[in-house]
Design a protein around this ligand. Structure first.
Ligand SMILES: Cc1cc2nc3c(=O)[nH]c(=O)nc-3n(C[C@H](O)[C@H](O)[C@H](O)COP(=O)(O)O)c2cc1C
Length: 201
């Protein structure tokens, strides 16, 4: 049976929040099916509407669908751990961000922050559609830059595996143990009152 994509079934928030935040999580059990453009494109459309400093929109996604020549190139970037479950993804994407503002060429201090918000929009849209989007840093960043011909004025940020939910029982035993929505640090550890380290709650 496919895993429920509803993280809220096992997660408890300290104070109430919209279901989408608890529901999104990062399963590794994927079905091995391809995604249609109708399934894939809304993820990037959601990312497109993310906020960014000066509306610079520094995020770019280099995408490879499974069963294509590009898939081999992106799959080869992944570390062994990620390859063992990403082999069943429908698509892989390398997320990059432009280091400079388009309007004046000067360094854009928040380009990675902006691109992080775009990734989260993508992930929330995936969950909304019953798809999985799983972020990854376990890949060869230098090789990605080389093999994908990424210009120097872009930073390689992360990779994302997207796909349809698969069977937990198809994962290795070790991965099966990890296949559940995770918890978070207490809210009080993350927000400070006025200066660093001072309790807010
Ligand atoms: C930028 C980023 C890099 C990550 N790298 C990996 C990775 O290489 N391999 C992996 O299996 N999970 C990876 N993860 C998934 C995290 O471990 C996961 O998001 C975290 O444990 C929180 O769990 P949740 O996403 O299910 O809420 C990554 C997540 C992010 C956002």
């Amino acid at each position: 049976m496919a895993l429920p994509l509803e993280g809220k079934l096992t997660r408890k928030s300290t104070v109430p929040v919209a279901d989408i935040f608890l529901n999104r999580w990062s399963p590794r059990a994927l079905s091995g099916e391809k995604l249609t453009p109708e399934e894939l494109l809304p993820l990037f459309e959601a990312a497109r509407w993310a906020p960014s400093s000066y509306n610079n929109q520094p995020w770019r996604f280099i995408v490879a669908e499974r069963d294509t020549p590009e898939w081999e190139t992106l799959f080869a970037l992944l570390g062994e751990f990620n390859q063992q479950w990403c082999k069943n993804a429908g698509a892989l994407a390398v997320v990059i961000s432009g280091n400079n503002f388009a309007y004046n060429g000067k360094p854009a201090r928040t380009h990675s922050f902006d691109t992080g918000s775009a990734w989260m929009s993508l992930a929330l849209q995936a969950n909304h559609l019953g798809l999985i989007a799983h972020g990854m840093e376990g890949f060869d960043y230098d090789r990605a830059k080389r093999d994908l011909q990424i210009p120097d004025e872009y930073t390689v940020e992360a990779m994302v595996a997207v796909g349809k939910p698969g069977e937990k029982s198809d994962l290795s035993e070790d991965l099966q143990k990890m296949e559940q929505p995770s918890d978070r640090k207490p809210l009080g550890e993350m927000i400070f009152k006025g200066k660093f380290g001072q309790s807010f709650i």
